[in-house]
Design a protein around this ligand. Sequence first.
Ligand code: SDX
Length: 437
Amino acid sequence: MKSSEVKATLSFSDGSPSIELPIYQGSAGPDVIDIRKLYGQTGKFTYDPGFLSTASCNSAITFIDGDKGELLYRGYPIEQLAVQCDYMETCYLILYGELPNAAQKQEFVRRVSQHTMVNEQMQFFLRGFRRDAHPMAVLTGLVGAMSAFYPDSINLHDVAQRDISAIRLIAKLPTLVAMAYKYNMGQPYMYPRNDLSYAGNFMRMMWATPCEEYVPNPVIERALDRIFILHADHEQNASTSTVRLCASSGTNPFAAIAAGVACLWGPAHGGANEACLNMLYEIEAAGGVARIGEFIAKVKDKNSSVRLMGFGHRVYKNYDPRAKLMRETCHEVLDALGLHNDPLFKLAMTLEKIALEDDYFIQRKLYPNVDFYSGIVQKAIGVPVSLFTAIFALARTVGWIAQLNEMIADPEYKIGRPRQLFTGSPARQVLPLAQRA
Ligand code: SDX
């Protein structure tokens, strides 16, 4: 980043001395005002709950232009990556900064496929859960538990250990997600197969049984691979910021990623795809398209907490480019599976059309986000609703790791420790129990 010629001058109406703050320019997006010396020079903090106007770091991984609806991974538009690349190439790009050539891709895929099995002891963790445990509860536990199995790759400050833990996490997340699914189904786990693609291997671990051979449907394989690409990274969203803050204490990468999994679970974040499908089910059960108007009225009613799940975004004030690609994937998969009359898909498209023409949504710049269509396509390919967010976590693991590595490699990084505006009681004396009213 480079310093701007323009400085920010902060002056105070109470006559306190004004100060100058440097402004930095990135390669794209808004400039930033460096406030690191503000407290030291003024004794004051800034105040920004929810970080609406705060850049927590500098990063070269992902760029979003919310007004244009633009998303770039290392400068490449998501529309090109989703069509011309696969998830393994995208992982390499996000992790190392450049798209791999054929030899680099082959070596990366080989390295990942050598780490797809998990320790046999991992299966005993699942036995502690009830069969109907939510997969995100299971996954949070399993990812954190990985810290106990790889003592040779828990030192965040060792580049080689950071690299092997990245490979292990990318390789093992599909295995763990599939194990959570099989445990829920009461079926035996399927071991990974290194002769299959990343998505094909995940499909086999999910839907194959020991009783017969399983060949991944190429349409679904491609659709899943694209779903992984679309979810791979997204700058400083809530779960990525969680991973960065967690890792800033120097904890191990598995624990930091487990924190990201836990944060992603929330319905305002990665849990929105599950919440969106449940919303569509509710509207369908209440009468379908005929009841959309009533539902939208509830969403607009200030006294109701009902939100149009899969709509709105802190950064996108235009169409989420991932939603457009996800809708295309939806069409392709539903057509390929002969489900083009899927009532939920029709309901979703009608709901989208009505919302995009409604002043409430137009005024607030609320557009479909990545979660609006991802649930429909996952349901169509046989993923249970409760597993949607676990698949989001599987895909986002590479982004979390890359962001964690970028932070640790930044010589300026410190442990994250925000301050506060204190509004509680001033100091007071403890009364002995007998004297308390
Ligand atoms: C993801 O950050 C990321 O990059 C996340 C993500 C990623 O890849 O990591 O993109 C993944 O989390 C996508 C978002 C998934 N969440 C949902 O679809 C849940 C529904 N969406 C909302 O909860 C909401 O839009 C958020 C949480 C996504 C964004 O919230 P903001 O930016 O804090 O917006 P806000 O709550 O301040 O809303 C502004 C206004 C409010 O109305 P007013 O008070 O001004 O009258 O818009 C309204 C909100 O009530 N609003 C909605 C709405 N989202 C915002 N009203 C109805 N339905 C919605 N979905």
